[in-house]
Design a protein around this ligand. Structure first.
Ligand SMILES: [Zn+2]
Length: 137
């Protein structure tokens, strides 16, 4: 008999995933935790200056970070829009005048985090695929 209903449970974060996410949130290399992730604001280094892990291995490698940033920013913009509609009696222009800078500031502030998180996702994928350059430390 075919069972079509399955319960989905969120995968639990293992120790390596937790360590890597913690490192990139602190803007450190996901592999060694020592090298810096960024040269400056939202400018990812080419590689780790401590262990040599290449952060940007191919053209378009940051596409995932762009999609992540766009998705989260759009959700944030929707939340701001709903909050302004529900909790204020502001008109359209006042709402846009206040809400737009808030959303733009959020997008600007979130960009490095999305790049860091995507770097961790790519690194963890490489570890899971047993790529030779991905050696957790
Ligand atoms: Zn490193």
């Amino acid at each position: 008999m075919l069972h079509l209903r399955r319960t989905w449970t969120a995968p639990k974060l293992g120790g390596l995933q937790r360590v890597c996410l913690g490192r990139v949130i602190e803007h450190r290399c996901p592999q060694c935790g020592r090298g810096a992730l960024f040269e400056r604001w939202a400018k990812l280094r080419e590689r780790c200056d401590h262990c040599g892990l290449v952060y940007r291995r191919e053209p378009g490698a940051e596409l995932g970070a762009m999609y992540l940033s766009a998705t989260v920013s759009q959700l944030f913009a929707a939340a701001v829009f709903v909050a302004l509609c529900l909790f204020t009696d502001w008109g359209t222009w006042l709402g846009l005048g206040v809400g737009t800078p808030v959303v733009v500031a959020f997008c600007y502030a979130f960009l490095p985090l999305s790049m860091a998180l995507w770097t961790a996702v790519e690194y963890l994928t490489d570890v899971a695929n047993a790529e030779w350059w991905a050696r957790p430390r």
